[in-house]
Design a protein around this ligand. Structure first.
Ligand SMILES: [Zn+2]
Length: 395
């Protein structure tokens, strides 16, 4: 036994166990009145801070919505804003009023999709047309006509048009070859569109007659080079083709040529310049063919025809002249009447809307400068594209 073992202190009861005391009770501190007041104060502070946070968040969200914003909107924001307002209108408008205003296909200005153009670059081969200087082998017409046809073809195709060209090389093709080729192209287009007005036998018969003209490739009546186009007036075959072509309002024909004008004795250039756009009417052809001097010896003389697209031809040619000279004022003609009737075979013997267009006087320096400049020619071709779009929009 250890005498130094202390004795239990009974006086304060300090070591007396308390059977009802729990663990939590043992950990709970004893609070004074000042401590309680401090705790109440702290709780109020926490509630106050919470309210400040909630209100602050609300104000922030309202600012984000733009309700209180005075900032000027940028163009992008305007577009986005209008788009969102369209969306919200669409969402709130009844279904029957929600038809969209924007269509799926947008037609660009000057678009020529669905239209057909037949280009006929004049001359070629042994037929050198006109030139500058007079009667020289420089600046020859067929070189320019095929260059213009290539540039124009490129321009029109880029706008969606289907383009046919009667001559693509520097070989000779007679006038009647070109006309026969144009009729054959029109038959192909009519057939493709399902409006060819011939039986299979009739179609075959016409095709064979036209192919024969191409094979002969000569303007002579005696050699049979004119075929069903021979003579004055219009026979049964040509009338059938004319009537088919009258219905092809989405097809036009452009024969491409250059002018020249020289003094007869000196062969020096005369001051004429600018483009000339020529066309036919029933009246112009019938007057022309009524003259004995304009008849081919031995060829049939038939009844005059009165079914050409007279008004369309005039409107087409005037539109071409106006657009080309608006964009290239130097090609404005100094002649009295640059849009006029001229009874060339290639326009007289077809039933399409068409023109023989003289792209300027190679004999005149002003026109020659443009004809020798590819960039300037591209502007002219673009003007033609615009004028065709304008013409087709009015048909
Ligand atoms: Zn010519």
């Amino acid at each position: 036994m250890n005498n130094k073992q202390p004795y239990p202190d009974h006086r304060k009861g300090a070591n007396k166990p308390n059977p009802t005391r729990t663990y939590s009770q043992t950990r709970r501190p004893v609070r004074s009145k000042s401590e309680i007041a401090r705790r109440i104060f702290m709780a109020k502070c926490i509630i106050f801070l919470g309210l400040v946070l909630v209100l602050g968040g609300g104000v922030y969200l309202l600012c984000r919505s733009g309700l209180f914003s005075k900032k000027t909107a940028s163009p992008t924001e305007v577009v986005l804003s209008s788009l969102s307002s369209v969306t919200s209108e669409a969402e709130t408008t009844p279904p029957e009023d929600t038809t969209p205003e924007v269509t799926e296909t947008t037609v660009l200005p000057g678009d020529l999709s669905g239209y057909y153009v037949i280009l006929d670059p004049g001359h070629g081969g042994w037929d050198r047309g006109t030139a500058y200087p007079y009667n020289s082998d420089q600046n020859e017409e067929p070189t320019y006509t095929i260059k213009i046809a290539n540039l124009l073809s490129e321009e029109l195709k880029s706008r969606g048009a289907t383009v046919y060209v009667t001559r693509t090389d520097d070989e000779y093709y007679s006038l009647y070859y070109r006309i026969a080729e144009t009729h054959l192209i029109c038959m192909d287009i009519a057939k493709e569109k399902g409006i060819l007005p011939f039986s299979e036998e009739r179609e075959q018969d016409l095709r064979e007659k036209l192919e024969e003209v191409k094979r002969i490739n000569d303007n002579s009546y005696d050699k049979g080079g004119m075929g069903l186009m021979a003579g004055t007036g219009v026979g049964e075959d040509l009338k059938a083709l004319f009537e088919m072509e009258y219905q092809l309002t989405d097809v036009v024909f452009i024969s491409i040529h250059l002018n020249a004008d020289y003094d007869e004795s000196t062969h020096e250039p005369v001051d004429h310049h600018g483009i000339e756009v020529t066309y036919v009417t029933d009246d112009s052809v019938n007057t022309y063919e009524s003259k004995e001097s304009n008849r081919t010896a031995g060829a049939p003389v038939r009844e005059a025809y009165n079914g050409r697209p007279n008004e369309r031809n005039l409107m087409f040619c005037q539109t071409l002249y106006d657009y080309i000279t608006k964009d290239t004022p130097n090609l404005k003609s100094n002649m009295d009447k640059p849009v006029y009737t001229a009874n060339w075979a290639v326009t007289r013997k077809i039933g399409l809307t068409g023109t023989l267009l003289e792209f300027g006087f190679i004999s005149h320096e002003t026109d020659r400068t443009i004809l020798q400049d590819e960039a300037a020619l591209k502007v002219v071709c673009s003007s033609i594209g615009d004028s065709l779009a304008e013409y087709f929009s009015k048909i």
